[in-house]
Design a protein around this ligand. Structure first.
Ligand code: DGL
Length: 228
């Protein structure tokens, strides 16, 4: 069984993608709405919440845990060795994909993720001269938790996305990383406003990367069973 956690509904996009790729594996999902939002919290608070979520999911029987939250993934380096061995953070798959698309990259994320510069660091590890701009778009988190979705926006939601898109277009990026899993619920609305910028969805790519890893674990187990 795998565990997936986020501060709320953002990680459900990862869950859906993972379920599409590996339909039969059991999943336990933790949406920590009680402590949401994570994106406005201090580093220490985010570390404590990440550690607690890992513990809770482990106690429920998860053998691998997808951190379907970029904010919590940004504190991966502060986890201990045992925690690091079980969790799967989602920054690197998105950074890799964005660097593959082009050299000018914009990242939209929570306040915490933007000020941690975790995406810039990861992208620069892959492509040292990449031009990376990190923008905080924390208001989108509350918007999604209130129910905003692709094709279902209030007038104010639309205006907020329009003004964010204007800032993004001014930077003319080749790739735009949705560096907060909540933003996946608005992928279509964002994509049409920043076209032709290519959207890189951290929630989906993280789930795909973990699914690739789990496929080999699962087939190895099956192989062992067939052999016996
Ligand atoms: N969905 C989370 C992320 O990917 C956190 C949103 C929040 O709670 O601020 O960063």
């Amino acid at each position: 069984m795998i565990g997936i956690f986020d501060s709320g509904v953002g990680g459900l996009c990862s869950l859906k993608e993972y379920r599409r790729l590996i339909p039969r594996e059991s999943i336990v999902y933790l949406g920590d709405r009680k402590n949401a939002p994570y994106g406005t919290k201090s580093k220490k608070e985010v570390i404590d919440l990440a550690k607690r979520n890992v513990r809770v999911l482990q106690e429920m029987g998860a053998e691998r845990i997808l951190i379907a939250c970029c904010t919590a993934s940004s504190v991966y380096r502060y986890l201990n060795a045992d925690e690091k061995a079980i969790v799967f953070p989602i920054i690197a798959p998105a950074a890799l994909e964005a660097a593959r698309i082009g050299n000018r990259i914009t990242v939209i994320s929570t306040e915490h993720t933007a000020s941690s510069h975790v995406f810039k660091e990861e992208i620069r590890r892959i492509s040292s001269d990449a031009d990376v701009t990190e923008l905080a778009a924390q208001q989108l988190v509350a918007m999604v938790e209130r129910g905003a979705r692709d094709g279902n926006l209030t007038e104010d939601d639309g205006k907020l996305l329009d003004s964010l898109a204007t800032r993004i277009i001014a930077l003319s990026p080749k790739a735009l990383i949705l560096g907060c899993t909540h933003f996946s619920h608005l992928e279509g609305e964002i994509a049409k406003r920043v076209y032709p910028t290519v959207i890189v969805n951290a929630a989906k790519l993280g789930a795909r990367a973990l699914a690739n890893e789990r496929r080999s674990v699962i087939s190895e187990r099956r192989g062992r069973l067939t052999f016996m």
